[in-house]
Design a protein around this ligand. Structure first.
Ligand SMILES: [Ca+2]
Length: 287
């Protein structure tokens, strides 16, 4: 199948060597849960992704620790039908994490397009705090302060550097939450930089690359640099996954720990039809 215009909005375990695979969601805080829904994929009889043979829902009260089966109240066992949501209603639990394990049909693999968890609202809804350790994150980047983003160029359509470290990832065209250098006069490279305001140690970056299949596409390549106090230098030992930059996806770079007050990413544009590069979010982690 060939998809145009949008990233495939689904997770599948196609290509997995396992008979069972799982998907996990960490809410960041404890939430009351009474119902879980998984929207199952079924691509058809001759396709690798079909409905699973069995599904198990589990939860965990904390960020770590054991998984507890979610005791299905109704229906039990839940009906599994392709192209439909499987919905499980259970006695209320307090969960920080939710895990769904799929037992694949023989020779097939499973997938979902969406997972939902429902529960009663307790007081006012407060979003979970951002995970600690992402030194790129600025909850209010437009108010100034550190970390502070800049770039060699940004587009005229609201794709500004501050949108690339606000904790929000939007691979779709709207709402606009990205930096791109679409329209840049630089044919080959542009850069995106973060100033931490003080020396920080970091060893991992996650680039959420924006890609609209038009003027903004995943770059041909990119290189992380750190500020030595006098100049920009390539960070040694960069291990990239995937090796070729991928759009609408998390691209991870790991390297031996670096101590610096600034980080810069130099993008080499794909170049076909004057495409330029972009990010919806950049994460920089201490480990
Ligand atoms: Ca963002």
């Amino acid at each position: 199948m060939h998809q145009f215009g949008a990233a495939p909005l689904r997770w599948t375990s196609e290509g997995s060597p396992n008979e069972k695979d799982w998907v996990e969601v960490d809410f960041g805080v404890s939430r009351p849960i009474t119902r879980v829904k998984a929207y199952l994929l079924d691509d058809g009889r001759n396709q690798p992704v079909t409905v699973p043979a069995a599904i198990q829902f589990e939860y965990s009260p904390g960020a770590k620790g054991d998984w507890i089966p979610l005791r299905a109240g109704t229906p039990d066992p839940p009906a599994i039908r392709g192209g439909q949501a499987i919905s499980v209603t259970a006695p209320q639990v307090k969960a920080q994490r939710l895990r769904v394990t799929f037992t694949h049909q023989k020779g097939k693999r499973s997938g979902i397009t969406e997972l939902e968890a429902w529960g009663p609202l307790e007081g006012r809804y407060t979003p979970a705090p951002a995970p600690a350790g992402n030194i790129a994150f600025n909850p209010a980047p437009r108010d100034g302060g550190f970390p502070r983003a800049s770039a060699s160029f940004h587009d005229r359509y609201g794709g500004v550097p501050t949108s690339a470290h606000d904790g929000i990832i939007v691979y779709r065209a709207t709402p606009t939450n990205r930096w791109t250098c679409y329209g840049s006069p630089n044919q080959h490279t542009d850069w995106f930089a973060l100033d931490f305001g003080e020396k920080k140690t970091f060893s991992r970056a996650i680039l959420h690359i924006y890609h609209d299949r038009g003027g903004v596409q995943a770059p041909k390549g990119y290189t992380l640099q750190h500020w030595t106090g006098e100049d920009w230098e390539d960070i040694p030992g960069q291990e990239k996954s995937p090796g070729t930059p991928k759009g609408s996806a998390a691209n991870t770079v790991t390297f031996p720990p670096v101590e610096s007050s600034k980080l810069r990413i130099v993008f080499t544009h794909l170049g076909k039809g004057n495409t330029r590069s972009g990010l919806t979010e950049l994460e920089i982690w201490d480990k």
